[in-house]
Design a protein. Structure first.
Length: 132
């Protein structure tokens, strides 16, 4: 090693030859980032983009709420909107004479009684006597 330095710069051509022997040369750096870029693209199309679309749809639904809509909150409370305030709250009637004020952002969707799950198989459905 001391002999190479004593010859006055003979080590520089050896380093240049070693760099020339690397696969890809200067493009090796770009090629090493290609898998990283590919993973970011996959994450964008599979995770980020659908989540942004879902958020936008939720914002549209929440802004379109009006009096009389039957909604379900994030806590599972089902009720009918009786008053739509200008700010970020609505008044929801959850039972006869019982109203609560909830934040618009906590409403997860419109409630449709037809979406209720069917009774589990093996268990007979409860029969309700009708006195009429």
């Amino acid at each position: 090693m001391y002999g190479l330095l004593a010859q006055g710069g003979a080590a520089a051509p050896v380093a240049a030859d070693a760099a020339a022997m690397l696969p890809g040369g200067a493009q090796g750096g770009i090629a090493s980032f290609l898998p990283f870029i590919l993973v970011l693209g996959i994450f964008y199309f599979l995770l980020i983009r659908p989540q942004q679309r879902k958020f936008k749809d939720h914002q549209t639904m929440v802004s379109a709420l009006k009096k009389g809509d039957k909604v379900i909150t994030g806590g599972g409370i089902i009720g009918t909107i009786t008053k739509s305030d200008k700010d970020d709250t609505v008044t929801v009637q959850i039972a006869e004479g019982v109203s609560v004020q909830v934040a618009r952002a906590t409403i997860v969707g419109m409630y449709d009684s037809a979406q209720q799950p069917a009774p589990a198989r093996g268990k007979p459905a409860a029969k309700v006597a009708n006195d009429n």
